[in-house]
Design a protein around this ligand. Structure first.
Ligand SMILES: Nc1ncnc2c1ncn2[C@@H]1O[C@H](COP(=O)(O)OP(=O)(O)OP(=O)(O)O)[C@@H](O)[C@H]1O
Ligand SMILES: [Mg+2]
Length: 245
């Protein structure tokens, strides 16, 4: 069963083809990584999927049904590269509650979801802390927790390791692996493909607004070199499992 299906999405800006007939699908519970050079169209694709940008043509399906922008805004979560810009409240727990409050949920349900999201992201000790005082990695996790509390069908993350040091990268990576294990459908856009590859089910490579390659990560990762994306020399797929716990 596909959690998400993108079918023939095209987008032009000022006459330039930014996205050119993009089609792919994400199986329910899958973990996918999307990579490609700067300017390939990755972030614009995420914006179209989420419903923030209207493509010129194409359709998007959630759980097998066509989903308009309104439905996608509600059911697809997007964590931006500058996730800290998404933080709006005076404490971590209030920030995480912000989304569910806007969804009009009752207090008990909100509090249940906040606790769950805090524990998924390992932020229980930080619940009362002011977001401004969090470290970069904690802030990113706070942004992800806020999104999880809305219980989205699909989670999209744009460069989740940007500006993170090694320990923060590790902890966000562990959090993403744990979301995958819990059955969330996750698509990550990243230039640090070597960090994700061994943990993902599928790999998508974009260039010039097109999906050039898509398939099982293990089967097609050697093709990355055709797009100037290089992995540690002679690394086998298994060598890349540096974060497996
Ligand atoms: N408003 C706009 N006007 C003109 N061109 C635009 C506009 N918005 C985006 N683009 C172009 O669309 C292309 C795709 O941009 P996008 O941000 O999706 O790239 P990306 O693959 O995410 O790159 P990066 O890896 O650098 O984040 C780029 O060439 C960009 O210049
Ligand atoms: Mg981008």
């Amino acid at each position: 069963m596909d959690a998400l299906k993108v079918s023939g999405i095209s987008l032009k800006i000022n006459g330039h083809a930014i996205l050119d007939n993009i089609s792919f699908n994400l199986e329910k519970g899958s973990f996918a990584v999307l990579c490609g050079r700067n300017g390939a169209g990755k972030s614009q694709l995420l914006r179209c999927m989420k419903g923030l940008v209207k493509p010129d043509s194409g359709k998007i399906f959630l759980d097998g049904s066509e989903a308009d922008a309104k439905i996608r805004l509600r059911n697809i979560a997007l964590v931006f590269q500058n996730a800290e810009m998404q933080i709006v409240s005076q404490s971590v727990e209030k920030d995480i509650a912000f989304g569910p409050e806007n969804q009009g949920l009752d207090r008990t349900e909100i509090s249940k979801r906040v606790d769950h999201a805090l524990s998924l992201m390992g932020l229980q000790d930080k619940a009362k802390q002011r977001p401004q005082t969090l470290s970069g990695g904690e802030l990113r996790k706070c942004a992800i927790a806020g999104i999880l509390a809305m219980e989205p069908d699909v989670i999209l993350l744009d460069e989740p390791f940007a500006n993170l040091d090694y320990p923060s990268t590790l902890s966000v990576m562990r959090a993403l692996i744990s979301l995958h294990e819990k059955g969330y459908t996750v698509l990550v856009v990243s230039h640090e493909v070597e960090k994700f590859l061994a943990h993902t089910d599928s790999l998508l490579i974009m260039e010039g607004g097109k999906i050039m390659e898509q398939g099982c990560s293990k089967d097609i990762f050697r093709k990355l070199a055709d797009y100037d994306i290089y992995l540690p020399e002679n690394a086998s797929f298994e060598d890349l499992t540096w974060l497996k716990h």
